[in-house]
Design a protein around this ligand. Structure first.
Ligand SMILES: *Cc1c(COP(=O)(O)O)cnc(C)c1O
Length: 425
């Protein structure tokens, strides 16, 4: 075999061997099902289909059009909305479409601050800044790890943004959209909810339902709590045809040309499986997050928002300053085969030396873990952080634990062999 190809194959094999014996706890990741993965290697990944189904610019799209129609229909059914665009190739690209559709350079947008958990696409040095949007951040209640609803209503009435944006990457509690309804009316703004992290929870009927609580548009990734391919999604329940047209034109020809048809097909399979298993999956993700938070807390590890039940989503934020800070702890955990990331906490000033780590339970849940396993995971954390046990020994235990959780759950494929063939777990 060619030396370069052999090298590349070896790295991917090693990655699979390592990940399949580790605890994947990054809150923005997930693993797709065997049937969805099959779509990713189909010929759909080699084609173009610019425009809308049945009105394409290229020939050869007859079956692509059928798939796209079905993906849209499934999403509309699951999210109970009138409009869905499956052509966004990532969550950030979905956000860019909103920036181009609803905001012009110099316009004011209100949003959550980065240090309070927002995503870089809403920051000055991210897509918002590139569009020339003037960003004003909401007052935040650190105790509740949520925006301060009264002060936020005042701010929105004062600055009258063109768009009030919500949603976070450290997203522990639902946004009080209903409580802000009158402020939105007074300001005359559009309401945009970035649900990248919580898309699967929204689809599964937990957390909140932003498009039925006052949001005009919902964007997100399809690979975080929604366990699909790396792709994006844009949804709206608006009846305003002009508004929907603006969003649609911002997608194409605005920010997307080819829309990664293989990923779109895989999203279709994900949505079909979600229709069958999504409510159970979403509910278990949140139960697991609460169980993990409680167990970590009982073992002497500081979980944020203690007085408010720690979390209502898949995610937890830990303050690990007492154990050497986020960077050190995330590195130590990785040596023990526990994959997490360091994260800014609201009071941090340095993004390279944050005092927190962020955890998510969506992927462990997908592998079949329940509350009992969350307590075992919390034990491992305590042995590493609190007791200072050697990470090498714990790594061996993690690998052993994973041998019982090595298939993808909440999907149609029950045959373990198929999971192994795709090296999913
Ligand atoms: C992950 C995330 C995004 C970006 O999604 P990609 O699919 O990675 O481009 C956007 N917004 C929020 C809040 C996110 O957490």
């Amino acid at each position: 075999m060619d030396e370069h190809v052999a090298f590349l194959n070896e790295q991917v094999d090693r990655h699979h061997a390592w990940f399949s014996k580790s605890l994947p706890m990054i809150a923005s990741e997930n693993v797709i099902s065997p049937m969805a993965r099959e779509m990713l290697v189909s010929d759909f990944g080699d084609r173009y289909a610019e425009g809308l189904p049945h009105e394409r610019y290229y020939q050869g799209n007859a079956f692509v059009d059928e798939v796209e129609d079905r993906v849209v229909a499934l999403a509309k059914q699951i999210f109970r909305v009138r409009h869905m665009d499956p052509r966004l190739i990532s969550g950030t690209v979905a956000n860019m479409a909103v920036y181009f559709a609803l905001l012009e350079p110099g316009d004011i947008m209100t949003s959550v601050a980065l240090s309070h958990g927002a995503h870089i696409s809403s920051a000055k040095f991210g897509a918002a800044g590139l569009r020339g949007v003037n960003n004003v951040n909401y007052p935040f209640d650190v105790d509740r790890m949520n925006i301060d609803v009264d002060e936020t209503a005042k701010l929105i009435r004062l600055v009258k943004p063109k768009v009030a944006a919500f949603g976070q990457s450290v997203f522990l509690f639902p946004t009080p959209l209903r409580e802000l309804h009158d402020a939105f009316q007074d300001a005359g703004c559009r309401v945009w909810y970035d649900g990248a992290h919580v898309m699967g929870l929204i689809a599964g009927g937990t957390f909140q339902d932003p498009l039925h609580e006052g949001a005009d548009v919902l964007t997100g990734s399809t690979h975080k709590t929604l366990p699909g391919p790396q792709h994006g999604i844009l949804l709206s329940d608006s009846e305003d045809e002009k508004f929907l047209k603006r969003l649609q034109r911002a997608v194409f020809p605005g920010v997307v040309s080819n829309h990664h048809l293989h990923a779109m097909a895989a999203l279709g399979v994900t949505l079909a499986e979600f229709l069958a298993f999504g409510r159970d999956y979403a509910a278990q993700i949140v139960r697991n997050a609460k169980a993990l938070a409680q167990a970590l807390h009982e073992r002497g590890i500081k979980v944020l928002a203690e007085k408010h039940g720690f979390t209502e989503s898949h995610a937890l934020a830990l303050d690990v300053a007492a154990f050497g800070g986020g960077a050190k702890v995330a590195t130590d955990l990785e040596k023990a085969r526990i994959i997490t990331n360091k994260n800014l906490l609201p009071w941090d000033t340095s993004p390279v030396r944050p005092s927190g780590i962020r955890l998510g339970t969506q992927e462990l849940t997908r592998l079949g873990m329940k509350e009992a396993q969350m307590r075992e995971v919390a034990d491992l954390f305590a042995r590493i952080l609190v007791k200072g046990e050697a990470v090498e020994a714990i790594a061996t235990e993690v690998a052993a634990m994973r041998t019982e959780f090595n298939t993808v759950h909440y999907c149609f494929t029950k045959d373990a062999e198929a999971h192994r063939r795709w090296r999913l777990a």
